[in-house]
Design a binder for this molecule. Structure first.
Ligand code: SPV
Ligand code: MG
Length: 325
């Protein structure tokens, strides 16, 4: 998709993914570039993760990112990709009222859906074992889901209700009860989170889940699970929740260390992307098309009365890297 196009059908695409009858895979993004990389790799959607968004902004995953920061970031992402964007909305940024406001603002930005979790505000990351995970009451959370549903201005916008009951150690029975109540409240899908190293917790849940409401899972800790197991269990959506930022951090640390010690910059060239790839990703050459259509060259512009400004030759707009692509 061109960067100046929007995808008004993104929410419908996310609904289609959830109903496909097989596990679909979406990948974490923390900015427009990582979303574009996920799309180009063939992922069906992106997960805008609170963990990686906050980390890339230099703050904790404890509701330290503001709503307006998140909305700005999401706008950049939905402008750039055509695959659906599922936003990790934490606990809904406050009460049922704040969540309703959030939903209508997400709809206005062509975000396809939001996931909210049944923890208390402010939350802490679910994988951080040193911090206690406090859950909200089922009734409060159902009220929040309903406020979100009523605030939708896009009827295809998806609300995923996430239960942290397994992570809080409340057991399978209580997890099933929460999931069933959230589905009854109207949630479009249920995310059952687990930080077990084995897929067995989710498999046990799936074996007892009778409802047609689709189930979402996040195999960060149980990453050894073969992808085929998600299909066998009947999972509808698999979220790879943090992999692009983790890849970027490792690569950046490596290159920073090498460059600090290297005798010349040439030592890291093989470790970094060619400049031409950056220009391709940002469609740097697209400006030349626009210049052809609408522009005049500031460098060559003759501002004297009656003069006609020459168009810039396309070859003068070239941004080729000194290294080949
Ligand atoms: C996130 O990606 O921010 C998530 C998933 O919420 S987790 O980090 O496992 O809590
Ligand atoms: Mg999160």
């Amino acid at each position: 998709m061109r960067r100046d196009e929007v995808n008004p059908r993104a929410s419908g695409m996310l609904r289609t993914l959830l109903a496909s009858g097989r596990p679909e895979h979406i990948l974490e993004a923390h900015n427009a570039l990582s979303a574009q990389i996920a799309e180009e790799a063939g992922f069906e959607g992106v997960w805008v993760s609170s963990l990686t968004m906050s980390c890339s902004l230099g703050v904790r995953d404890n509701n330290e990112v503001s709503v307006s920061q998140a909305l700005d970031l999401l706008e950049g992402i939905t402008d750039r990709v055509s695959i659906p964007v599922l936003f990790d909305g934490d606990t809904g940024y406050g009460s049922f009222n704040h969540f309703g406001r959030l939903v209508s603002r997400l709809c206005a930005r062509s975000v396809a859906g939001v996931c909210i979790e049944d923890k208390t505000f402010p939350k802490t990351n679910s994988l951080l074992r040193s911090a206690p995970q406090r859950l909200t009451t089922i009734d409060d959370f159902c009220g929040k889901i309903q406020a979100g549903l009523d605030a939708r201005t896009d009827r295809d916008f998806t609300i995923v209700a996430r239960t942290e009951a397994l992570i809080a150690g409340l057991g399978l029975g209580h997890t099933l009860e929460r999931a069933a109540r959230y589905a009854e409240a109207g949630a479009d899908a249920i995310l059952v989170h687990s930080r077990s190293e084995s897929f067995e917790q989710i498999e046990a849940f799936m074996a007892r889940w009778q409802s047609p409401v689709p189930i979402v899972c996040v195999p960060t800790i149980y990453s050894r699970t073969p992808k085929a197991a998600f299909a066998e269990a009947g999972v509808s959506l698999v979220i790879w929740a943090n992999h692009l930022l983790r890849a970027a951090v490792l690569a950046m640390q490596r290159v920073a260390g090498l460059l600090r010690e290297a005798p010349s910059g040439a030592s890291v060239e093989a470790e970094i992307s060619p400049l031409a790839e950056l220009f391709r990703l940002q469609d740097a050459h697209g400006i030349a098309r626009l210049q052809e259509l609408y522009g005049t060259s500031p460098a060559h512009r003759d501002v004297s009365p009656g003069s006609e400004s020459p168009k810039v030759p396309l070859e003068a707009m070239s941004f080729e890297s000194t290294r080949g692509s």
